[in-house]
Ligand binder design. Structure first.
Ligand SMILES: C[S@@+](CC[C@H](N)C(=O)[O-])C[C@H]1O[C@@H](n2cnc3c(N)ncnc32)[C@H](O)[C@@H]1O
Length: 186
């Protein structure tokens, strides 16, 4: 709704699989963002089944699902696209290392990235495009700010999490742990 309010795009499409939520959302949109002043659409569907409209300049925002789901969604969207006619703004709950790995493998490039803390939880917001120039890195080189105490806290928590994971599967998780440890501050 904030995006609608500031007219961030000519049309905004909302998608979630939960019927009740989407009905509630639709009622709110009808009330607060009446057409034709605002152009929006509500879809209630599994995102993996959504077909990408044949239109240039599209941005998919994938927010609030875990790493595995985020990966599934990025794969299904990218598979459909012959001309890479969309950008992605990703806000995954955990699993950012693996999400970044996939984005690199699929040839996405970095527009910008940021660490956000909300309700005591940390998120990496990763904005990527095939048209951008910067390489994506596995631990998000651009997002860290040594002066920001929140970033220290996020790095400490991430290192703690992967130290535990290494004990369950060292081969899979040691490179990730070393990647975060090499950030060099905490
Ligand atoms: C934590 S909520 C985040 C909601 C919203 N995207 C946000 O960032 O505020 C996660 C949402 O993902 C939706 N979801 C999970 N799997 C989905 C799928 N396959 N297709 C569409 N939505 C899905 C759930 O129904 C749930 O509403």
């Amino acid at each position: 709704m904030t995006l609608l309010k500031r007219k961030a795009a000519s049309k905004i499409i909302f998608n979630d699989i939960l019927e009740q939520q989407m009905e509630l959302l639709e009622q709110k949109l009808i009330r607060f963002f009446p057409k034709p002043n605002y152009d929006w659409k509500v879809i209630c569907q599994d995102l993996s089944l959504v077909t990408i409209p044949k239109q240039q300049s599209q941005l998919f925002i994938i927010a609030g699902v875990g790493g595995d789901k985020t990966i599934e969604f990025i794969e299904s969207l990218t598979r459909q696209s012959l001309d890479n006619n969309f950008d992605l703004l990703i806000c995954s709950v955990h699993g950012n290392y693996q999400v970044r790995q996939l984005l690199i493998n699929l040839g996405y490039k970095l527009v910008s990235e940021e660490i956000v803390k909300e309700n005591k939880r940390f998120y990496e917001i990763i904005y990527v495009s095939h048209a951008a120039k910067k390489d994506i890195t596995l631990t998000g080189d651009e997002q860290w700010n040594n002066e920001n105490p929140d970033h220290h806290e996020y790095l400490r928590k991430t290192i703690f999490y992967y130290s535990k994971k290494v004990k369950t599967n060292s081969e899979a998780y040691l490179p990730i742990l070393e990647g975060y440890e090499s950030k060099g501050f905490f």
